[in-house]
Write a protein that binds this ligand. Structure first.
Ligand code: GLP
Length: 258
């Protein structure tokens, strides 16, 4: 069943002001979560879209009263969406490394509270099963943050992709490997060919979703997403089956709708 999509749209011409609006929302949610009995884990995305958001979030959280910040840190529990197969945690191109650089270290939160699939597992399929079981033990995702791939992927759910897809090993498309080659010195040969990703099923089971789309380069795929019906050729379009998707976009990404 499709719902009103998005549940809430926020457009801000300037990326910087969009980021501040997103961080306002996150800060408020984090504050409320302090008083929940056992809030569900956060679902974290990585990538260039998220970097300035995490940067601003860290600044804001570090201004919190010590007592509240302590509570937040103690209760922290997050699951990353994805990881490259073959990259070690101390490889600065791994998403484990990214999330530690961007959140765990600057916030002073123990690394064990940030779950990430193990890209170096000797059996990646088994790793998917154990990552999924861990997520289920923790009750699934509460707030899920998502960036949008140039080919419409979310996490590393590459097209074609079914809405029932679950945590699994995926082959990365050329488009995605090109999109992410900046982290590998623009050398396509160095970009891993596969990754572990949470599936659309886990994403759709989260309580609320925040899809963040910035920059002119995302304007085409955003246009496609907004006008298409849910289909396997555009994995992000499955988000239309979720009733609480917040879509955050800046002016350049939204240019076809202004
Ligand atoms: C990447 C990641 C996603 C990310 C998306 C957008 O390949 N797997 O988690 O959200 O694609 O990336 P970026 O924000 O760098 O454009």
């Amino acid at each position: 069943m499709s719902y009103k999509f998005p549940f809430k749209l926020t457009v801000s011409e300037k990326t910087e002001s969009l980021i501040e609006l997103i961080v306002d929302y996150i800060e408020k949610s984090f504050y409320q979560r302090l008083y929940f009995d056992s809030p569900k884990p956060l679902g974290l995305a990585t990538g260039r879209t998220m970097t300035p958001i995490y940067k601003s979030l860290v600044k804001r959280l570090n201004l919190w009263p010590q007592e509240d910040l302590k509570l937040l840190k103690e209760g922290w529990c997050s699951f990353n969406l994805d990881e490259y197969v073959g990259l070690d945690t101390n490889d600065n191109r791994s998403f484990w490394y990214y999330i530690h650089e961007n959140l765990s270290i600057p916030l002073g939160i123990q690394s064990g509270k940030f779950f990430t699939p193990n890209g170096k597992s000797s059996d990646p399929n088994l790793e998917c099963n154990s990552y999924l079981s861990k997520l289920k033990i923790y009750g699934g995702i509460g707030i899920q943050f998502l960036g949008l791939g140039a080919n419409g992927h979310v996490g590393f759910n590459e097209p074609p992709c079914d809405y029932k897809s679950s945590c699994r090993v995926v082959s990365l498309s050329d488009t995605t490997r090109k999109q992410n080659s900046f982290a590998f010195g623009d050398d396509l040969k160095k970009v891993p060919e596969s990754a572990i990703t949470l599936g659309i099923d886990e994403i759709l089971n989260s309580e609320e979703i925040h899809l963040i789309v910035t920059g002119d380069m995302k304007s085409n795929i955003l246009r496609k997403l907004l006008i298409s019906s849910p289909s396997e050729n555009l994995p992000a379009s499955w988000l239309k089956l979720h009733k609480k998707v917040f879509l955050w976009v800046d002016g350049p990404a939204y240019k076809y709708f202004k």
